[in-house]
Design a protein around this ligand. Structure first.
Ligand SMILES: Cc1cc2nc3c(=O)[nH]c(=O)nc-3n(C[C@H](O)[C@H](O)[C@H](O)COP(=O)(O)OP(=O)(O)OC[C@H]3O[C@@H](n4cnc5c(N)ncnc54)[C@H](O)[C@@H]3O)c2cc1C
Length: 1017
């Protein structure tokens, strides 16, 4: 894949990517250490810079803001939320709700007139007025006065406050405005690097728009090359699918666009720098940058550059690589802007270690070490971007008399830090200058404020009057050396996410790593080992495969069962039950732990079966194995903690014990859409609680179940305690009809669960046994006009089309507030165009085939029926069970009454102010599985939390991917019986409870009572 990066450089980077923190830091600490003389000089400089910074604080708006509105105060948080959302809300009704929500609880008056900054004060007054109107009762004099002017007055006041905040932070709404502002006296001596603001592109149209904005910016800046300004480019703005899995598509496309911009910049004699983004994109960006850097047409142009993030463990080899390019490179060293999201992603994906440091001081150490490398590098023109006085002072020390480098800062931040250095000492400083309209800039502003409002950030510390200069300027090398470079204690490795008392987290696979992805593609597409049920003919995704596999079921999968019947299986399980039930919980739990380990050992094979038998995409296949592992470990841990006998209180002379035990033989009946995770989840829960199990997978996915049962036996579950039976509805019916079955755990359709419920009651002589049914739903997501459309669209795409819409949690009905519906639907349609539909084993595939011919026919017939209402659909490969992702517009919530289990999403609108009514209409359908909300109004979240009758509610995120132990999963109403899988109360339902009461006086007297002491007197 990577052509512009040599394999040597790649290997060095790969070794460091997720290496242990102390190992990575050891050489960096040596490189960054200062001797005592140098440290003394650095402190001298740093104290001077600190004084300059403090003196300039009255101008530094961010500092003023941070001083007045701390991010951990309710006002600070309210202001940030308001700033992020307010200007994009088109309808007055929602704007008022947002204002009421954000201004309502905070004490703005306490801030009025307090700040040294006029701007902060004027913004505050706008908010005080707003607060009066929304929060101080209907009768206050001011309220009466202003209410005559009407609500628009408040909106205007708040809107003006927001715009004011934004304007301070961006250089201009257009590039011309920004360039003009750079000519103002306060920017004298500074150059700028202009950045065109916006979210990452979600559609090709967005990407084109951003590209044109960059072209326009290069053109404008190029009109005056002597001014020395440059352009910064974000690659994620130029392609909607800038992802490793789409390497072969996005890297060439981005290379072409970057080349065009670079050639344009070179022809105008201005510089262009590529920003650094998420760590998973590093290799792609190096490939793109490397190719462009090597273009003969750009030889002789010294304006090409890139940003490198010091918080990343690979920073140093990246610098070495840049230095090895056959040209001068402008390298901007930053610390990095995605720290929190990188930490979260690593945890969510269960990866081996973090790609970046976990202590702020470690980032500082890395920055200093890398800066030293850069100053010594022959082909690098260094730029050091920082607002940290100590960082800057250390670089000044190392650079000595040299001025052959730049400092850089963000517009609106670090005022005072560089003025003297530029005006009196001959240093160069460039300002990173965002350009854009109000709507785009606020998300940027919030990001910057959050980043710099963090306790550990230098800008925050500067604003904190309680900190001494010594604390602010403490040596990062000493700090890190003192802890041996160890990871931050509050940031555990993903494997330890659930803490000492919790279960060990399943291991993920880093599919953003090129080598891991390539190896995974190979294993999941390799022919499956001999043994059971290859899908024959036409390759793994053939239309007939599933049916043929199902047809072979009658042969019986389990050799021990072959020729036997369901009844035989139950007989054997019944005989095995007493022994298993009497075995200690610890032994049963240990079997589950061993099974989890085996699942991880055979992960490649299991993923391959998931891909080839169930048509899971590669990310879904790893998710499937991880969930199965998590179920095993979680239920093992829960069983140890919860299945112990409890001694209960009672009158003297009695001993009351409550025991919890298995009930007998359970039937577990699983679906094909989670053929390993749900199949095993239900089964191991029954096993660990002391039951024997006859387990039936879906007829479409017998092979993965067979392997799971083999592994369970290998893990120590006796063969007669867990017996696999395969087949279709007739096998399921035979199982549930057998009076010896003491409980059924079923996941599948509502119709089948009804049949099972009836079957369990049919025989009057049979005890009434528990049924745990997990069924589908008509899952809705409600979006109001405060939501961020880019985020909504990403979450909708994942929720409705991932796994080809074949998850019971999947989004079926998108309800968008009418005021923003057209824009959201347009963006959603554009994002659908970026979906790749294809073979499950292809890493670029987003949407694979549906499970079998029957499902395909059903969905396609429905699509044909709603063709007139289809607002967007896609072309799909002709050969295979590919159902085109489709968006269908319906008139009202009531128009959708059936669950369509595939990539078909319905959209309708709702009116501002009718959130409760909309929720009630969704509730009225009677299903209750998942529901989603996208809104920035906290009150809206409270309303939906109180009123939505669903098992799983997701706010401001996607609606799929419940994590065992974090988001216990399961519905209510027509969607299931509960309890929730992966939750702390699941195991109890599989158990019989037995209370034992012993009269301890029956031996003739109450010895305990009679031997009481005198109670301390
Ligand atoms: C001109 C310019 C261009 C920029 N371009 C980019 C870019 O292309 N890509 C990009 O990602 N960022 C970019 N940034 C943003 C930059 O990363 C931040 O502004 C910068 O990190 C702030 O550093 P500082 O030295 O001013 O602040 P400091 O307060 O000294 O450092 C803050 C840094 O420490 C990190 N940090 C905080 N807590 C921890 C922790 N527990 N463990 C490890 N690290 C931690 C933060 O993530 C942040 O990177 C740019 C900044 C400037 C000034």
């Amino acid at each position: 894949m990577s052509t512009a990066v040599t394999s040597n450089a790649r290997n060095t980077m790969a070794k460091l990517y997720r290496a242990s923190e102390p190992d990575v830091l050891k050489p960096l600490l040596e490189r960054a250490a200062l001797d005592s003389d140098s440290r003394e000089r650095v402190m001298g400089h740093a104290l001077g810079l600190l004084a300059d910074l403090r003196a300039a604080q009255s101008k530094g708006w961010v500092n003023q803001f941070l001083q007045e509105y701390r991010l951990n105060s309710s006002e600070g948080v309210a202001l940030l939320s308001l700033a992020e959302a307010f200007l994009r809300v088109p309808d007055p009704e929602t704007a008022d709700l947002l204002i009421a929500d954000k201004l309502g609880d905070a004490d703005w008056r306490a801030h009025a007139g307090k700040s040294n900054s006029k701007l902060v004060n004027s913004a505050t007054w706008g908010l005080v007025v707003g607060r009066v109107l929304v929060g101080e009762g209907a009768t206050g004099p001011l309220r009466r006065l202003i209410s005559r002017a009407g609500e628009p007055f408040v909106r205007q006041a708040v809107g003006a406050a927001m715009k004011m905040m934004g304007e301070i932070f961006v250089m201009g709404r257009t590039i011309d405005e920004a360039m003009k502002r750079m000519r103002r006296p306060e920017n004298k001596g500074f150059t700028a690097s202009f950045d065109m603001l916006g979210e990452a592109a979600r559609t090709h149209a967005d990407a084109q728009r951003y590209f044109q904005a960059y072209v326009g910016a290069v053109d404008a800046v190029g009109r005056d090359p002597a001014a020395g300004h440059s352009i910064s480019v974000k690659l994620s703005a130029l392609h909607p699918r800038y992802e490793v899995a789409r390497w072969s598509e996005c890297v060439p496309a981005l290379t072409e666009m970057l080349e065009a911009l670079a050639v344009q910049a070179a022809s105008k004699g201005i510089a262009l720098t590529v920003d650094a983004e998420e760590s998973e994109r590093l290799e792609m960006s190096l490939d793109i940058i490397g190719t462009v850097a090597g273009l003969p047409s750009l030889k002789g142009w010294d304006g090409f550059g890139m940003a490198v993030q010091a918080y990343g463990k690979r920073a140093r080899p990246v610098i070495a690589w840049a230095n090895g390019l056959d040209r001068i490179m402008n390298v901007r060293l930053v610390k990095g802007a995605y720290w929190d999201s990188e930490i979260k992603r690593t945890q969510v994906e269960g990866l081996a270690d973090y790609p970046l440091f976990t202590r702020k001081a470690a980032t500082d150490v890395s920055y200093l070490a890398v800066a030293k490398d850069m100053l010594a590098a022959e082909n690098i023109r260094p730029a050091f971007a920082s607002h940290n006085a100590l960082t800057v002072a250390t670089i000044m020390e190392w650079a000595g008399n040299s001025r052959e480098f730049e400092f850089q800062r963000l517009h609106g931040m670090g005022d005072g830090l560089y003025e003297r250095l530029v005006q009196e000492n001959g240093y160069h400083c460039r300002v990173y200058a965002p350009v854009g309209g109000h709507r785009d800039l606020l998300a940027y502003l919030v990001r910057r404020l959050l980043e710099n409002g963090a306790n550990s950030s230098f800008v925050h510390q500067l604003a904190d009057e309680r900190l001494t200069e010594g604390e602010i300027l403490a040596d990062p090398v000493a700090k890190i050396a003192a802890v041996g470079g160890k990871r931050h204690p509050s940031i555990p490795l993903p494997v330890d996410l659930f803490g000492a008392g919790g279960h060990r987290n399943s291991a993920g696979l880093d599919l953003s790593d090129v080598d891991t992805l390539a190896a995974t593609v190979k294993v999941v597409n390799a022919p499956l080992p001999q043994g059971a049920f290859p899908r024959e003919g036409g390759g793994p995704d053939s239309a007939q495969g599933a049916d043929r596999a199902a047809a072979r079921e009658s042969e019986g999968l389990d050799p021990r069962l072959r020729g036997g019947t369901v009844s035989d299986a139950i007989t054997r399980a019944h005989a095995a039950f007493p022994g298993w039930s009497r075995s200690p919980v610890e032994e049963r739990a240990a079997c589950l732990d061993r099974l989890a380990d085996l699942l991880e050992t055979y992960r490649d094979e299991l993923m391959a079966i998931c891909v080839q038998e169930a048509f899971k995409t590669i990310p879904d296949a790893i998710g499937e194995v991880r969930e199965a592992v998590d179920f095993c470990r979680y239920y093992a841990q829960q069983a140890r903690a919860k299945l112990q006998p409890i001694e209960l209180p009672g009158p003297t002379g009695e001993r009351n014990m409550l025991h919890i035990e298995g009930r007998g033989v359970w039937a577990t009946i699983a679906p094909w859409n989670f053929p390993l995770a749900i199949f095993l989840g239900q089964t191991v829960a029954a096993l660990v609680t002391g039951n024997a199990v006859v387990a039936k997978p879906a007829p479409q996915t017998p092979r993965i179940a067979t392997r799971a049962v083999e592994l369970a036996h290998e893990a120590g579950v006796p063969t007669d305690v867990l017996i696999l039976v395969t087949g279709g509805p007739e096998v399921g019916a035979a199982l549930t009809a057998d009076a010896r079955i003491q409980g059924v755990a079923f996941t599948g359709s509502t119709a089948t669960s009804r049949k099972i419920a009836r079957a369990l009651l049919e025989d009057d002589s049979r005890p009434i046994v528990p049924l745990i049914a997990e069924t589908g739903g008509i899952n809705a997501m409600i979006v109001d006009s405060t939501a961020l459309p880019e985020q909504v669209v990403a979450d909708v795409i994942a929720s409705s089309f991932r796994s080809a819409g074949q998850r019971c949690s999947a989004l079926r009905l998108l309800l968008v507030q009418e005021d923003i519906a057209d824009g959201v639907i347009e963006m959603l349609s554009g994002a659908m165009d970026t979906l790749r539909i294809g073979r499950a084993g292809d890493p670029a595939t987003d949407v694979g085939p549906v499970i079998d011919q029957a499902a395909f026919d059903r969905l396609m017939a429905y699509r044909a029926r709603v063709a007139a209402k289809t607002v967007k659909t896609l072309d799909v490969p002709a050969d295979g069970l590919f159902v085109p992702p489709t968006l269908v517009r319906i008139g009202a919530v009531e128009d959708l009454n059936e669950e369509w289990f595939g990539p078909i999403l319905h959209v309708a609108t709702w009116e501002a102010g009718k959130l409760s009514e909309t929720i009630a209409r969704v509730n009225a359908k009677g299903y209750g599985l998942t529901m989603g909300l996208h809104s920035r109004i906290a009150r809206a979240a409270e309303v939906i939390e109180a009123e939505a009758a669903v098992g799983n509610l997701y706010i401001n995120r996607s609606m799929i991917g419940a994590v065992v132990g974090s988001q216990p999963f399961g519905g209510e109403g027509l969607s299931g019986t509960g309890p929730k899988a992966g939750g702390p109360r699941y195991l109890y339902r599989f158990c019989a409870e037995r209370a034992v009461s012993v009269d301890t006086t029956s031996a003739g007297g109450n010895a305990t009572l009679l031997s009481l002491d005198e109670g301390g007197i």
